[in-house]
Design a protein around this ligand. Sequence first.
Ligand code: F6P
Length: 318
Amino acid sequence: MKRIAVLTSGGDAPGMNAAIRAVSRTCDFNEKECLGVTRGYEGLIDGDFIPLNRAAVGGILHKGGTMLKTARSSRFKTEEGVQEAKQQMQAAGIEGLVVVGGDGSFRGAKELHDVGVPTIGVPATIDNDIAGTDETIGFDTAVNTALEAVRRLRDTASSHDRLFIVEVMGRNAGFLPLEVAVATGAEYVVVPELPLSIGNLCHKLRISHENKKSHTLIILAEGVMTANEMKDKLQDTGGYDARVTVLGHIQRGGSPTSFDSVLASRMGAYAAESLFVGKSGVMVGNVSGRMTLSDLERAWLEQKTLSPELLGLIEKLN
Ligand code: F6P
């Protein structure tokens, strides 16, 4: 293998640039050539490749977003799209591909693997909802961004004896809300994985208020309902005056934390090296601190589960 490429796809995540840099610099270290594909699978179909030598990835390690841009491609979901992408890669002499993204991106990576293009996935999404890795790139940064925001909300909630409903990202998964809830000492977390009883929640709020708890925080996963919907549903807030905050895409931006910078550097380097030794159809994982490879299909076939220990802490500590 002389030349490989890297692309970022799906929702961006802090640390994607660190992964791109690691792929490029690992190529350079091994005297191989690296190209970047712009706009994910869209750029692959259009043959939008840029040289990614050592200098081209200088100064991006600490930057949020992705220098290669990202997209969700509907064209790549067709057989013609996949064939077109394969032809573009062949024409450019690209012998392998690193796909940095979430489960949707990995489905595309599997398609390429199945038509004979060596492809390896690097998990990057703030949702952390990919089986086969303890953490995805971007999760830690998003948790810390939300943590800072919720700490500020706690200050004002406490001054005014208020209830705050904070809507955080995580389409179908509660990893981000749960981590944020434990880290901020939130009284309640509402996640898609667990049933919600509004009646029970109202009952608990009443008890909190009766016990003179000055303020209350509910961390709500966006996939369950919007914070405004929840406010409307909470007919009885037990006496608290309720306010709503939606953190939104703020959680997707910003410089990666040291954890994400290191994770992305390790994963990007491991993905490139794995391609060089003939691996394909697999994703890189960080399992108990070690770099691993597992089948791409795990990303969408296996449900990663929330930590019962963390869920228990919400109940016990708040
Ligand atoms: O998958 C990452 C994610 O940030 C989810 O948490 C969120 O629901 C979704 O992307 C938002 O997507 P978009 O940027 O297309 O609005």
